[in-house]
Design a binder for this molecule. Structure first.
Ligand SMILES: [Mn+2]
Length: 318
């Protein structure tokens, strides 16, 4: 990381009387835990209290992470007085900042730390790294380079960041994140303990996931698994139904997994997964997009119509 940029970072923290840290709206594990980890790093190394805030909802699975009580809902704190220094983490795009945006705009200085590709930056200083698997990885690098102290809470929070953003390392594209994890384990982090902290879903969520999976239909010699989430089930799910997709993907012979969500009467969410064949073009044909093997769309139509369109599309797919 650029040493001049890090010098400015240290100067700005030293000179600030008020510091705010925020991530993206509806925080995920990386957004929330990197905000809390940075707050704790500033406390440990500068003896300053930064205000950590979020907008939207925190998923139940993050309720037990260290220092959770230091994360405040934007609507419950006073953000009207301009902050000397505002950090924006893991946000990707201005529209994802949410209710903390006025505080970002009125701040005397803004530092962003992000791993998303973003052409619409908000930071006066950017400590971004699009190669990083999570913002937690960038924070680890900053702390290492500046020889900042870390404690076990910071280490566990960075672990949640990288575990959640890499799908427990399944999607790690570079070795760096694994080397960081190796160092954290050597310093005492128990990956099993941290993973178990995240096993904290409401009972109704897991039971809904199981029942959605159990009602799945199979087509085209069992190669396509298609599951449907109705409006009443949708509100019971924590997130987007990833568990249903991964459960169905474990079935022998299933190549494609489709999850249809009745978001409103005339709005249907579509999640597409495949084991080897690309599905991003199928998502694009429905007005969405995504990665080769994981894509999705939101279609302004009834679930029944979207289901018929998808079965028609897959009729022509090998
Ligand atoms: Mn992230």
């Amino acid at each position: 990381m650029d040493t001049d940029a890090l010098k400015i970072l240290v100067e700005k923290i030293r000179g600030a009387k008020s510091i705010l840290i925020t991530g993206h709206k509806n925080p995920d594990g990386d957004s929330m835990c990197s905000v809390l980890a940075l707050g704790e790093l500033i406390k440990l190394n500068f003896n300053k209290d930064a205000l950590c805030v979020y907008d939207g909802n925190v998923p139940d699975m993050l309720d037990n992470v260290p220092l959770r009580e230091k994360m405040h809902f934007c609507g419950r704190v006073n953000l009207s007085k301009p902050f000397d220094l505002v950090f924006v983490l893991d946000y990707g795009n201005k529209t994802h900042i949410g209710a903390a945006m006025p505080a970002v705009e009125s701040a005397k200085y803004v530092i962003e730390i992000d791993h998303h590709k973003n052409d619409d930056i908000v930071g006066d200083l950017c400590l971004n790294n699009t190669d990083a698997a999570a913002v937690g990885e960038i924070l680890f690098d900053i702390a290492a380079q500046l020889k900042w102290k870390r404690n076990s809470d910071v280490n566990d929070l960075i672990t949640v960041s990288v575990l959640t953003d890499t799908g427990s390392f399944k999607y790690a594209r570079r070795g760096d994140v694994l080397r960081i994890m190796a160092q954290l384990v050597d310093e005492g982090v128990k990956i099993e303990h941290v993973s178990n902290l995240l096993n904290n879903k409401p009972r109704k969520t897991v039971l809904t996931e199981a029942s959605v999976a159990s009602r799945c239909e199979f087509f085209y010699r069992g190669r396509l698994a298609l599951a449907t989430i109705d409006a009443k089930d949708y509100k019971n799910l924590d997130g987007r139904g990833e568990i249903v997709l991964s459960l169905l993907g474990q079935i022998k012979g299933v190549e494609y997994i489709v999850l249809l969500k009745r978001q409103k009467e005339n709005q249907t969410g579509v999640s597409l997964r495949s084991k080897t064949h690309p599905v991003n073009e199928i998502a694009q044909s429905l007005g969405g997009g995504g990665h080769l093997n994981a894509a999705g769309a939101v279609v302004q139509d009834t679930l029944e119509n979207v289901r018929n369109r998808i079965l028609e599309i897959f009729r022509g797919v090998k």
